[in-house]
Ligand binder design. Sequence first.
Ligand code: MN
Length: 148
Amino acid sequence: MTKILIAEDNAVNRELLRELLEARGYAVDEACDGQEALDMIAQNQPDILLLDIGMPVLDGFAVVSKIRENPRLASLPVVAVTAYAMHGDREKILNSKFDGYLSKPVNARALTEELERLFGTRENRDVPPDPPHEGDASGKTRAAGSSK
Ligand code: MN
C-alpha cells in the first residue's frame, strides 16, 4: 500500500487531508511539526511527503532541505502544502527542493492530480482509482476553508 506522510501543525487540516487520502486508498501517517516529520520519515519510510510550510520547531523549508541533504531520503517526493498564496512564496517553492505544490484549502481534484503526476513519473506504480464519494470529500474541504 502506498504510504503518505502528512506533516501539518493544524489538526483540522491534517484530518481533511487524511480523509481525502484514505478515501483514495492511501495509508496515511501524520506529523505535527517539522522534527516529528523527519523522525517519522526515518521510521515509516513514506512514499510521498505532504509538507506544510508554516510549522513549529522546523518549518517546511528546513525540513525539505534536510531531506535533500540526506542521500537515503533525497529522492523522496515532497509536495509543499501551504496557505501562503502570495506570489513570492509560490515562486520560492517552485524553484526550491519541492516536487510539487498544493495551496490550502486543498482541493480534492488538485490533490488527486498532483499525486497522479508524481506517481506517474515512476514505473510499476499503481495509482488508486477515484473514490465513489468524491462530492463528500470536496465538500468537507470547502467547509474548512477558513482554517489555517
Ligand atoms: Mn501550518
